[in-house]
Design a protein around this ligand. Structure first.
Ligand code: 5GP
Length: 213
């Protein structure tokens, strides 16, 4: 069996599209995935734990991480800062894990520039109406925040075309399988398998070289 470096996948999607639920189910079903835990300056929602959903930071702590280049990417979202701790991601990819970053569209762009082989998936609800219902149904956000998040959604929809695959989260089970299938297929496209192809060609060249008598 060939020893492979892990892959890097960015999962973006509308707030309320169910990315978090899909990720939880994916991790429970398959062993090889690893979800990066981001840093944020927003307040924890009820039930969220420091180090599990996010590392909750003050703006000062966050800015220090940016200065120290400890974040692979960072972005502002609806008034707060969010960022991906670099060391954890690099270590897990080295260990062969398929690492997933659940991040918004600006962060996804930065990742694609820094890591061109990254796989980009976008999760949407089946319709705008369903999205609004899910956001309000969550009951953790004020009316203003829901409105802000819906406006953000419209801006984000313009970025979907830059992603590798769209996942429409109608049925959770199907969405989980679609994410799994997309990652396992896209990580083997020839542009992401350049190292393997080069090694194979070297071996073939050596095999085809004229034998010395
Ligand atoms: P929420 O506040 O709902 O947990 O997250 C708001 C948005 O920030 C979501 O779209 C989420 O995917 C995104 N996000 C979470 N962590 C990061 C991160 O590390 N970097 C970036 N760029 N976005 C993030």
């Amino acid at each position: 069996m060939r020893k492979q470096r892990g892959s890097l996948t960015v999962v973006s999607g509308f707030s309320g599209a169910g990315k978090g639920t899909i990720m939880k189910a994916l991790l429970a079903r398959y062993d090889n995935y690893c979800l990066s835990v981001s840093c944020t300056t927003r307040q924890p929602r009820p039930g969220e734990q420091d180090g599990r959903e996010y590392f909750f930071k003050t703006q000062e702590e966050f800015d220090r991480m940016v200065e120290e280049d400890a974040l692979l990417e960072h972005a502002g979202y609806v008034g707060h800062s969010y960022g991906t701790p670099r060391a954890f991601v690099e270590q897990k990819i080295q260990e062969g894990k398929d690492v997933i970053l659940e991040i918004e569209v600006q962060g996804a762009k930065i990742i694609k520039q820094k890591v061109p082989e990254a796989i980009l998936l976008f999760v949407s609800t089946p319709s705008a109406k369903v999205l609004e219902e899910r956001l309000r149904g969550r009951g953790t956000e004020s009316d203003d925040t829901v409105r802000e998040r819906l406006a953000q959604t419209l801006r984000e929809s313009g970025e979907i075309a830059h992603y590798d695959c769209l996942i429409v989260n109608d049925d959770l089970d199907e969405a989980v399988e679609e994410v799994h299938h997309a990652i396992q297929t896209l990580k083997h496209t020839p542009d992401r398998e350049r190292a393997f192809i080069e090694t194979l060609q070297e071996e073939l060249r050596a095999m085809n070289a004229p034998k010395k008598s």
